[in-house]
Design a protein around this ligand. Structure first.
Ligand SMILES: NC(=O)c1ccc[n+]([C@@H]2O[C@H](COP(=O)([O-])OP(=O)(O)OC[C@H]3O[C@@H](n4cnc5c(N)ncnc54)[C@H](OP(=O)(O)O)[C@@H]3O)[C@@H](O)[C@H]2O)c1
Length: 281
């Protein structure tokens, strides 16, 4: 199949590139330098010229605190961008696989969020990503929305930040009262690629198995990275006191993968196993 991948230089985009060739697909990678998804005329011209079978949208404004400071800028990329891709997908008959986030949920649930739970984002990032989901549903018919979380791969992410901080700090204060699903970009890419040939459209939650706090995640990173750095377990309130500019994040954003389970399309690894794979490769 012919795959058009937007945001191809990002963490997920890079992981998909690695798999697309192996699986025998034709790969058309674009990023903001050559195709800005916020420009409808450019997106339409590109899709009408290349006629992809599937558009995979990995492009996004992912800096949660940055989105808080510039919500309009984030809206342009996280909402208008996918709207443009949805219009292009509809016009050219392509499927659209759009990636979204656990931050569309408020984070006050007592069990992992299911695909059909009602979103209610608390942050500008979450609000703009939810608007993107709504546009995708509105403007094309053959869509998949895959919500992921706490992503790390080849790029800027929590794992790399922790390893960099461990070079200069003996103890690091990490939030222990926010729970979620750390997810490797490689695992997510495998799941996305498993959706490509199907017509099982809908909203999917795509995260590694298992739930932990940022502090648990950091401890595992230091263990696998052979670092002696200690984790000081702090509350979100204490973090906000130290970094007042930071955006509010959901306390509990773990997600259940009901749709992947019911369809049998992909089974994710546990988060510790995926993290070990990341350190090995
Ligand atoms: N990272 C996470 O923890 C996380 C968590 C939940 C959900 N997600 C979602 O997962 C998906 C993939 O995330 P990721 O971590 O792979 O993202 P990423 O590493 O930040 O990559 C996003 C890519 O999109 C590009 N981009 C930005 N604006 C663009 C535009 N207007 N047109 C075209 N490309 C543009 C970025 O370029 P520049 O770098 O030059 O801006 C970057 O190469 C996103 O939908 C994200 O919202 C991520």
């Amino acid at each position: 199949m012919k795959l058009m991948v937007t945001g191809c230089n990002g963490q997920l985009g890079r992981a998909i590139y690695g798999l697309a060739g192996k699986e025998g697909h034709e790969y058309l990678g674009t990023d903001v330098g050559d195709l800005d998804i916020t420009k409808l005329s450019e997106v339409l011209a590109y899709a009408e010229d290349k006629r992809p079978d599937v558009i995979i949208n990995c492009a996004a404004a992912t800096n949660v605190d940055g989105c808080e400071k510039d919500e309009e800028g984030a809206y342009r990329i996280n909402a208008i961008g996918p709207r443009n891709l949805a219009i292009a997908a509809e016009k050219t008959g392509a499927k659209l696989i759009h990636i979204s986030t656990d931050y569309v949920f408020p984070g006050n649930a007592e069990r992992p969020y299911r695909e059909n739970d009602t979103p209610a984002p608390k942050s500008a990032y979450g609000r703009t990503k939810l608007a993107g989901e709504e546009y995708v549903k509105q403007f094309c018919r053959r869509w998949f929305i895959v919500r992921t979380a706490w992503l790390y791969g080849d790029g800027k992410n929590f794992v790399k930040t922790m390893l960099a901080l461990s070079e200069k700090m003996d103890t690091i204060g990490i939030v222990d009262d926010q729970l979620g699903n750390p997810t490797s970009a490689l695992e997510l890419a495998r799941a996305v690629m498993a959706l490509v040939p199907t017509e099982e459209y809908g909203v999917y939650h795509g995260t590694c198995e298992g739930i932990c706090s940022w502090a648990d995640f950091a401890e595992q990173i230091f263990k696998l990275g052979g670092k002696s750095t200690k984790v000081e377990r702090i509350s979100s309130q204490e973090y906000k006191r130290r970094f007042p500019e930071s955006a509010d994040r959901p306390a509990f954003s773990a997600m259940e993968k009901m749709m992947f389970r019911l369809s049998g399309i992909y089974e994710f690894k546990g988060w510790q196993e995926a993290l070990e794979e990341y350190f090995r490769t």
